[in-house]
Design a protein around this ligand. Structure first.
Ligand code: MUC
Ligand code: MG
Length: 378
């Protein structure tokens, strides 16, 4: 490695507890707010980069909480990074991975910030550091999760009218299987061929629930079932695949490349939800995608309902994947009442339009961020 002259100087973490536009009901939590975990890395050449480590429902979804991520970054990760070569995100990440266990979300935010800063330094979009884009926009699904069938149908109709979304993911699993299926079937009936309807059970079903539910959902015209049973039950996922024609997507079961390899080897999923946080960063997510593609598993660009930073970081990577048959669900910023960017991300024609500028391609509205930090910092 060459003599480093541009060194990492500081790492800051900001938690913003922002309201959602409506309650968002998952089987594991009902979200009325989303706590964004934003990370800023500054190097000695004055270049800064941003990353995000947002999760869902405190500790309800993953084993890192916003507060533990902040503590682990400020206490352990920032001191390890200080003085390292800022022009080698890979070199920095190797030092971190050699020194600590786990912490996928925290590492994702750090890696994203390092790539953002380095791409800005080079004057290229972050996607160029992953070989360049094969598309400039990404189809974006919307999650219907108000908990009320009529309200969900009205929301879907509005999204179709505005040409913002035509793929809808319904959050189920909190109620009894037949009640959930009736809710989904009513929405699919109302939308007909104008929309694709998918469901996410977030691990809530037993094997018996899933045997009943997946068959009924297929008859209702549902296209995809996401994480129907416990994430650790790879054998169960394989059994459900063998029994059903409706495709099964692995989400919580995928904590990076090793899980991807295991699930692909067991033929336990038809589709992978690729998430940069769950994969421990952009490079890990790209490996998950490569393993999926090699195993002829369809790819879907997933979200942890991040704000603009994590959303656009994911989009920079997803835009480079040769195959993305199931589109994405990069709608996180649209679920929040507050904007943190100087120019909001552009959603039109059922897709997120990728920004063209260097790095992540976004500028944070620093004044607004300071105001939000006073209102919503945590
Ligand atoms: C998940 O499990 O997929 C993604 C969209 C949404 O509404 O929740 C997330 C998490
Ligand atoms: Mg999911």
């Amino acid at each position: 490695m060459s003599q480093a002259t541009i060194l990492i100087e500081s790492v800051d973490v900001l938690l913003l507890d922002l309201p959602t536009i409506r309650p968002h009901q998952l089987s594991v939590a009902t979200m009325r707010r989303q706590k964004l975990v934003l990370v800023k890395v500054r190097a000695s050449d004055g270049v800064t980069g941003w990353g995000e480590a947002t999760t869902i429902g405190g500790l309800a979804y993953g084993e890192e909480s916003p507060e533990s991520i902040r503590t682990n970054i400020t206490t352990y990760i920032a001191p390890l990074l200080a003085g390292l070569d800022a022009t080698s995100p890979n070199g920095c990440m190797r030092v971190l991975r050699d020194s600590l266990q786990g912490n996928r979300f925290a590492l994702c935010a750090i890696e994203t910030a390092l790539f953002d800063a380095h791409a800005r330094r080079l004057g290229v979009p972050l996607s160029d550091l992953f070989g360049g884009r094969v598309r400039d926009s990404l189809p974006v699904a919307w999650t219907l999760a108000s908990g009320d069938t009529a309200r969900d149908i009205a929301e879907a109709e509005e999204m179709l009218d505005r040409r913002r979304h035509r793929v809808f993911k319904l959050k189920i699993g909190a109620r009894e299987v037949r009640a959930d299926v009736a809710h989904v079937a009513a929405i699919k009936r109302a939308l007909g061929d104008r929309a694709s309807v998918r469901v996410d059970v977030n691990q809530a079903w037993s094997q018996a629930d899933a045997m009943l539910g997946m068959g009924m959902l297929e008859h209702a015209g549902v296209e995809l079932v996401e994480q129907p049973i416990a994430a650790h039950d790879i054998d169960g996922m394989k059994r459900l695949r063998d029994m059903n024609r409706i495709p099964l997507m692995a989400d919580e079961a995928l904590h990076g490349p090793l899980d991807a390899f295991r699930i692909a080897g067991a033929r336990a999923a038809d589709v992978f939800a690729i998430k940069i946080t769950q994969s421990g960063g952009l490079c890990g997510a790209r490996q998950v995608a490569a393993i999926g593609a090699a195993a002829n598993i369809g790819l879907y660009g997933g979200t942890m309902l991040e704000g603009a930073i994590g959303t656009v970081a994911s989009s920079q990577l997803f835009a480079t994947l040769p195959e993305l048959a199931w589109g994405t669900e990069l709608f996180g910023p649209l679920l929040l009442t507050e904007e943190i960017l100087a120019t909001p991300l552009e959603y039109r024609d059922f897709a997120l339009q990728l920004p063209a500028g260097p790095g992540l391609g976004i500028e944070l509205d620093e004044e607004r961020l300071a105001w939000l930090a006073r209102q919503y910092a945590n």
